[in-house]
Design a binder for this molecule. Sequence first.
Ligand code: OSB
Ligand code: MG
Length: 369
Amino acid sequence: MFKIEAAELIVARLPLKFRFETSFGVQTDKVVPLLVLHGEGVQGVSEGTMERAPMYREETITGALALLRDVFLPRVIGQSFANPEALNDALGTFRGNRMARAMVEMAAWDLWARQLGVPLGTLLGGRKDHVEVGVSLGIQPDEAATVDVVRRHVEQGYRRIKLKIRPGWDVQPVRATREAFPDIRLTVDANSAYTLADAGRLRALDAFDLTYIEQPLAWDDLIDHAELQRQLSTPLCLDESVTSAQDARKGLAIRAGGVINVKVARVGGHTEARRVHDVAQAFGVPVWCGGMLESGIGRAHNIHLSTLPNFTLPGDTSSASRYWDTDLINERLEAQDGLMPVPAGAGTGVTLNRAFLDSVSELHEERRR
Ligand code: OSB
Ligand code: MG
């Protein structure tokens, strides 16, 4: 049993160390919404992965903050719950808005795990103390720059290289990378930039031994992905279009893909992420843990989730120092030879650097009953 007595809503902004270009635009900084839940002498912290504009999925920071203030936090503050699953059930009466719900659910898992004195991953059922990680590389100006940035990350030991692609910039970076590195585990991510009319162009990618092609078609589609999968030998990996275990079941039942990118916040939190993991496992489909350029708070949650057994492909939870000069947490989340140590200690095992956080916060408010 745990009780939620109060909450803090915080929005911070961090400059990114690199210019991150994807099929939906260029990102140079990161707005980080955080939620701290206060229980009886314990805290739980989570990070939202919605963005300012609804580009990746439909949720936004503005919308999430309003919902948290008006609906989700009043539903849980002052309440006691048997465990985080019970809190997830209470929020489950609300439709959609899974990233906003996930902020409450993930903070509750951290709080619960700290109250029990157990690492979050262990509580979720994971056993690993390191997880394999890859890296997601933005669109570069040309082939030479692509090969260059790939080389730097291969040398750092990342176990999978993912290249962002879009129509007009797909076969070129993949061919250049594959010629320079015949043996690396290579993937691409289109973030929904193609349609079935591009099937011919996507079929050309079959020549490069990619582990998967991530979310080529619409963010809310499964049917067209199944049609495209029939035309390709490379497995498709579903990201945007899986927001629940039910989506995962439907997508895998119609063979819309052969891999799932599990992002804990996209599916509404750890309870649902574990269900997606279990559904994929039942279908014999591997999963990996995606990222949304998280600060150390969200990154630590991702690392703990990745300790579950069917996370058999390297995740996007790369070293925090790739993204930021200074992180929002006191601990360092750094991969060595493509292996990210799972932070030790109770809960996520990481703690907010309050002094630094205050210096980069645009909003900080407390909510009580
Ligand atoms: O599609 O996986 C994606 C970042 C923002 C939004 C969507 C995606 C990504 C990434 C970056 O690929 C992964 C990371 O390094 O956190
Ligand atoms: Mg993706």
